[in-house]
Design a protein around this ligand. Structure first.
Ligand code: 5BU
Length: 261
């Protein structure tokens, strides 16, 4: 059956990665497919925002390296919020190096991402060694990878062939692949994988650096997005909490419309 018309709860059993199972479960239970991109540079800003919107999201996406006042207790508090409100943590690290270096970047250094992130984003550009290395680092732990098959930005260099080869590369590492970051529903068919789509605002627009925004209707109903990433649409709003609810409602309505055929 076509992936985009199956409800999240029916896709749980197709998932080969445990994080994908958890995420389908959270979305079905909390009735939200909103992922907040918490791109703020102070830890209090991020934690305060999550206190307010935690109940409305299925996942938070972080860029840990943009934080000015990072300390280890930030991730402890982030984890506590994730447990309290039942959402997952995606570190948008976009790994893109040789496997050995990536395994060090994943587990060592200031951020020790592997200790607290449920899942991470990864480029397929270096070849499958990057997945082999992460597979080793994630061995026996409930962790996941969102592989970049497409980007939202204008003029990006990803071709149709690159996209197809990215998707076939993932099939060998089914236990760690949570899904793909992509813009179109024809990117992959497997109902056990999750389509994560960034570049979303309530109205079509662009920013000054090539980011292209599409509407909830476009990305969910037409383009098959399962988890929808919203950053500045919420963080730059006058009242982020009110705006998070507006996005949650709009995105869920589109999902219901899609699965209702
Ligand atoms: P925005 O404020 O909604 O534009 O934030 C979008 C976020 O998603 C931001 O953190 C980007 O790094 C991230 N992103 C993206 O915008 N487009 C992509 O193709 C990928 C990630 Br991959």
């Amino acid at each position: 059956m076509e992936r985009v018309i199956l409800p999240y709860e029916k896709r749980i059993d197709f998932a080969t990665n445990l994080v994908a199972r958890q995420l389908f479960n959270i979305m079905a239970t909390k009735k939200t497919n909103l992922c907040l991109s918490a791109d703020l540079t102070m830890t209090t800003g991020i934690l305060d925002l999550l206190e307010k919107v935690g109940e409305h999201i299925c996942m938070v996406k972080t860029h840990i390296d943009i934080i000015d006042d990072f300390r280890d207790d930030f991730v402890v508090r982030l984890k506590q919020l994730a447990d309290r409100f039942n959402f997952l943590i995606l570190e948008d690290r976009k790994y893109a190096d040789i496997g050995h270096t990536v395994s060090l970047q994943y587990s060592k250094g200031l951020y020790k991402i592997g200790e607290w992130a449920d899942c991470v984003t990864v480029h397929s550009l270096p070849g499958e060694g990057i997945l082999k290395a992460l597979n080793g680092s994630m061995n026996c732990i409930t962790k996941g990878v969102f592989l970049l098959a497409e980007m939202s930005s204008e003029g990006n260099l990803i071709t149709q062939q690159y996209k197809q080869e990215t998707v076939s590369m993932a099939s060998k590492y089914a236990n760690i692949i949570t899904g793909f970051v992509c813009q179109n529903k024809d990117t992959f068919q497997n109902p056990g994988l999750i389509q994560l789509t960034p570049g979303v605002q309530l109205e079509c627009s662009k920013d000054d650096f090539g980011q292209i925004y599409k509407t909830p209707e476009k990305v969910v109903v037409e383009n098959g997005a399962d988890v929808i990433v919203v950053g500045r649409g919420i963080t730059a709003a006058k009242n982020p909490e009110v705006q998070a609810v507006a996005y949650k409602d709009a995105l869920w309505k589109c999902y219901i419309k899609r699965i209702s055929g």
